[in-house]
Design a protein around this ligand. Sequence first.
Ligand code: C5P
Length: 218
Amino acid sequence: MIVTIDGPAGAGKSTTARKVAERLSFQFLDTGAMYRAVTWLCLDRGIDLQNQELVAAAAQSATFEFQGGQVFVNGRDVTSEIRMSTVTNESRHIAANNAVRAFLIELQRQLAGTANVVTEGRDQGTIAFPQAECKFFLTASPQQRAIRRQKDLARNGEHVALEEILNQQTGRDQRDETREFGALKPAPDAILIDTSDREFEQVVTEIEGIVRSRMLGK
Ligand code: C5P
């Protein structure tokens, strides 16, 4: 069974998807980490992020491993580095690169294989796994999402003003929503959940319940 959880940055997708996967003993795919890993690789190699062909070639010749929350690029552990704000901000060039998107979608399908998977991102229910049995779209108010992002960054040792985060977030939302290929939007059959005023535990339990009932109905 494939469970997709899409939504904008800061809606709580990662935390929720990881927990749901754990409770169901499903595999977990963090597809944002893949776009971040390619961004990190290009920044590390000094590749012009806007040169679509060079970026795609670099992604295709690298090895990416995702093991229990850790991310490795060519064998190097980049788990913390891919969360830095430089990577967050520059990842938009990678997300807009159609060749990289096609490559990563293929990788996502390969990693999912025939296993039971919870996958989170922007285009999981629409493009990567349109046949998924259970699709969710998580949202939250812009203010709430920015507060969450600020806390995440602080945990990583970066202290950024809320206003700056809000400004960057508005830009990212617009780019995510208007992308030519893989735009952020709920799949027609996705269940919409607003996480603004809810505890993650509650959201996790709700999603888990829906998935379990669909499994019984299969
Ligand atoms: O979700 P996260 O903030 O980790 O995403 C990192 C970057 O990857 C963002 O620029 C986002 O737009 C992009 N992304 C994407 N498609 C996905 C997951 C993330 O374009 N499925």
